[in-house]
Design a binder for this molecule. Structure first.
Ligand SMILES: C[S@@+](CC[C@H](N)C(=O)[O-])C[C@H]1O[C@@H](n2cnc3c(N)ncnc32)[C@H](O)[C@@H]1O
Ligand code: SF4
Length: 297
């Protein structure tokens, strides 16, 4: 049963993060169209209603989702009224004006708004840079302050774990703890020369969990993505919409052999194609096993 999908609403981005796996130009493709988004909404509504199942929708981007704010708004307004659907979006936190932030606040019961922040200024700015190569820490923290004024608490954040971050893990954990960030998701770097070992990642989660809520430790390991320390949902529970097509996860975007449908297909027919993929063993990542020499261990 499919129980989660991510919809990339844009492939465009206002930043050029050094580790961004979506930035390599070969991967950039066209944006999903308005008609395709309408079809996606209708197939999610139909699938969730028919199966009466919990369903998580990530409004994400191979780029920055807030660049296409009107489409994000449309998705939230259409899907928040469907019982059993939970929504989240993840943004780089740069150029978030008051209108966008207010919308997030007004829809806070149905939409979780998460910001990418890689820890303190030095570590964040070493990778998360704008088109002119400038660090974005100051701008992201300005958004964090505005968020806190409106919501009364800090936003949840996604922190991408690089070898550099692991070498400064105490400082990073202290940064989040000392600044009152309570909800942090750590995500393992992928598609990079720099490999993160699972044991080092797990140690980081363990140490961080002593001072804050590590979101991925809250629940029993479910099928989602090994990037977050969960089990791999490829061939089981996950689908990813990008540029009018559907793939088993974001890392397959653009791979014709792994295209499991088009945006206008029903989720039932996408699910039938998904079933042709034999899932990997628990604990492994399908993509790493098949496409990355040595895989991430
Ligand atoms: C692809 S971005 C899309 C949303 C938005 N542009 C942002 O940066 O938050 C979603 C998350 O993926 C992370 N990410 C990008 N490239 C990655 C990589 N190679 N390995 C692991 N995470 C990565 C980003 O740091 C970000 O937290
Ligand atoms: S902001 Fe997000 S999509 Fe844009 S370059 Fe950075 S990680 Fe990639």
């Amino acid at each position: 049963m499919i129980d989660r999908c991510c919809i990339s609403i844009t492939e465009k981005c206002n930043l050029r993060c050094k580790y961004c796996h979506f930035t390599s130009e070969g991967r950039r493709s066209r944006d999903v169209t308005d008609d395709e988004i309408r079809a996606i909404v209708s197939s999610i509504r139909q699938y969730v209603t028919c199966h009466n199942t919990e369903f998580k929708v990530g409004i994400v981007g191979g780029g920055e989702p807030l660049i296409r704010f009107q489409m994000l708004k449309y998705l939230v307004e259409q899907l928040e009224v469907v019982p059993n659907v939970r929504l989240y979006t993840i943004s780089n936190g740069v150029d978030v004006d008051d209108t966008k932030l207010r919308f997030m606040w007004e829809h806070k019961e149905s939409l979780e708004y998460c910001i990418s922040l890689d820890g303190g200024e030095k570590i964040h700015d070493s990778n998360r840079i704008d088109m002119a190569g400038r660090g974005t820490f100051a701008k992201v923290m300005e958004t964090v302050r505005k968020y806190e004024d409106l919501f009364g608490h800090k936003p949840s954040v996604n922190c991408t774990v690089t070898p550099q971050l692991l070498s400064e893990k105490e400082e990073t954990i202290s940064f989040f703890a000392d600044n009152g960030f309570k909800k942090v998701t750590f995500s393992k770097l992928f598609d990079s020369e720099d490999k993160i070992l699972s044991k080092d990642f797990d140690t980081l989660l363990d140490e961080a969990s002593r001072t804050m809520e590590i979101r991925q430790l809250r629940k029993k390991k479910s099928y989602d993505c090994t990037q977050y320390g969960a089990l791999c949902g490829v061939g089981r529970t996950n689908v990813y919409y990008a540029s009018g097509f559907v793939y088993p996860c974001a890392r397959f975007a653009g791979m014709k052999d792994y295209c499991i449908g088009s945006a206008t297909d029903s989720l039932e027919s996408i699910e039938a194609n998904l079933r042709r993929i034999t899932p990997c063993e628990d604990g492994l990542c399908y993509y790493d096993q098949h496409f990355v020499k040595g895989g991430i261990q």
